[in-house]
Design a protein around this ligand. Sequence first.
Ligand SMILES: Nc1ncnc2c1ncn2[C@@H]1O[C@H](COP(=O)(O)OP(=O)(O)O)[C@@H](O)[C@H]1O
Ligand SMILES: [Mg+2]
Length: 251
Amino acid sequence: MTENGAALALDGVSHSYGGGAPALDAVSLVVPRGRFVAVMGRSGSGKSTLLRCAAGLERPTAGTVRIGGTDLATLKSAGLTRLRRDRVGFVFQSLNLVSALNVRENVTLPLLLAGAREGRELDGRALAGLAAVGLADRAEDVPENLSGGQRQRVAIARALVNEPEVVFADEPTAALDPVTAAGVLALLRRAVDERGRTVVLVTHDPVAAAWTDEAVFLESGRMVGRLDRPDEAGVRAALGASAGQHLAVAR
Ligand SMILES: Nc1ncnc2c1ncn2[C@@H]1O[C@H](COP(=O)(O)OP(=O)(O)O)[C@@H](O)[C@H]1O
Ligand SMILES: [Mg+2]
């Protein structure tokens, strides 16, 4: 897979907050379309910074980020806003939903922001998305009445409704119990397998990483290794190894 055909390509991406020590240090990563990638590492290793730079939420201090071949550095602020709105989906750990809107309205929000008209077609897309996450019957409910897991499923429906080129999820299961978390991860897995979506999942949890196609490991902002078809034991071993020394597979 060449960088140009990739859903996401980072080349030598570094980021320092306010000129301090680099939170991200020359990270390169190519994510082909239709792939589910876990970004792993302990707290403070730079996972969220990587995700924010990759998703156009933060401009890196060095290096290149491309989404579907578009170099984000070539976009002015308005263009970057449009890219985030139209070509990228987000799921965060919490506070994903707008509490003043019902579930259906939350899911239609990205479409409305992208200029779609309210109406039956829009509602149909939202309901189809909600059906795909098993929540069609909660469409008219408010987020407050949903459990944490149900809210994350709504957040996933919303992140997918625009058919984004890349879905970025930062610790989406961190606040959930293991069974509920598995349900949420299964939905992301299905979006990849059945709809060809590309998902970048930030997690520190080896169980979550085992749902993905590839895990990459960060330590002190540097990419220190990767694992294909990660399983829980392999991820735990890699995390242990990266705590002391860089993995043999480090670039
Ligand atoms: N907004 C910020 N301002 C200053 N430093 C930050 C900011 N966000 C993160 N950092 C620092 O950057 C490093 C990486 O943080 P982060 O990317 O959040 O790691 P992770 O998601 O792996 O826990 C940490 O040292 C953290 O303190
Ligand atoms: Mg983080």
